[in-house]
Design a protein around this ligand. Structure first.
Ligand code: CP
Ligand code: NVA
Length: 326
């Protein structure tokens, strides 16, 4: 009988391809991938989720290193990326900008040159989108946006996967956004344009969308509503987010006042379709942007939504390093 190898060959080799200068793909905003690529990623996320649930080993990123750079707080993003790369056979290095030379003024461009020579893929959570763009322009390896002031593409990818899992294709559906014109709202608008569904947006006066950030194609997928009630009417999905995002804490008091009518309540959910889902990227503030009855109620799918960060980001990292594998 042939001796069993001490280490299975699938555990020794990585399926990741070496980076080709000029061909490295980044994921800095939702619009960075095409509709076809999203179709692949959604299918792949489901495949990876099934593998995870049945404890099957899958190590296409054996020996690969993910650098995770955080300039803001996180629970889900840090955990899902770290667990995700580990489950794909690689490992993560956590860098908080406060503890690195970035926090002492080292240029983003220099940090990108160095970090991308020692690692295979990089995730960044930072403030301005310009910071992640400058980083990516100087990186030899893929850079993923783990949230900026402008966008949160990994979260919306997880949200769409969650919707598709529960209700089927999102194309042609209506998503009600109740709340701030923040990173999540703009990412949903990009997703609506890319995947062909409708957004009904409602925010208080003074917190509206900046029209200079909206493409004419996006406007075909967006209706700005006068009230949260109008936004929620007949929606397939109702979603919201904190009234004060990270980095805007100084505005907290004025926002608490301005947004007080923008809480997703049972009454608002009652205006949506009877089988409408409720989502929130979390962390949530019960009694502010959502009532406890809604977030803890039968239409809420927030825990599955949070878990799905893990599965979609595994599909994303695998895709950026290995390409299509099916
Ligand atoms: N939704 C989300 O990104 O959560 P964290 O801030 O905990 O990472
Ligand atoms: N809009 C929120 C999302 C947190 C995950 C923020 O930027 O703080």
């Amino acid at each position: 009988m042939q001796a069993k190898p001490l280490v299975e060959s699938s555990m020794m080799t990585s399926m990741a391809k070496p980076p080709v200068p000029g061909q490295v793909r980044h994921y800095l905003q939702f619009a960075d991938l095409t509709c076809e690529e999203y179709a692949y990623l959604l299918k792949r996320s489901a495949w990876l989720k099934t593998k995870f649930k049945s404890y099957e080993t899958w190590h296409p990123l054996h020996d690969r290193t993910l650098a995770m750079i955080f300039e803001k707080h996180s629970t889900r993003t840090r955990l899902s990326f770290e667990a995700g790369i580990h489950q794909l056979g690689g490992h993560a290095v956590y860098l908080n900008t406060r503890d690195t030379q970035l926090g002492r003024g080292e240029p983003v461009e220099d940090a990108a040159q160095v970090i991308s020579r020692m690692t295979d893929i990089i995730m960044i959570r930072t403030f301005g989108q310009d910071i992640i763009e400058r980083f990516a322009a100087n990186s030899r390896v893929p850079v993923i946006n783990g949230l900026t002031n402008e966008y949160h593409p990994c979260q919306v990818l997880a949200d769409i996967f969650t919707f598709v899992e529960a209700r089927g294709p999102i194309q042609g559906k209506t998503v009600a956004w109740v709340g701030d014109a923040n990173n999540m709202a703009y990412t949903w608008i990009q997703a609506a344009e890319c995947l062909d569904f409708q957004i009904r947006f409602s925010a208080p006066e003074g917190y509206q969308l900046d029209s200079s950030r909206l493409t004419s194609a996006a406007l075909n997928h967006l209706t700005v509503c006068a009230s949260p009630k109008e936004a929620c009417k007949d929606a397939d999905l109702v979603t919201t987010d904190v009234w004060t995002s990270m980095g805007y804490e100084a505005e907290n008091t004025s926002r608490m006042h301005a947004f007080k009518e923008w809480m997703v309540s049972t009454q608002l959910m009652g205006l949506a379709k009877p089988d409408a889902l409720f989502m929130h990227c979390l962390p949530a503030h019960r009694g502010e942007e959502v009532s406890a009855e809604v977030i803890d109620g039968p239409q809420s799918i927030v825990w599955e939504e949070a878990e799905n960060r893990l599965h979609v980001q595994k599909a994303l990292m695998e895709y950026l390093l290995c390409g299509r594998l099916d």
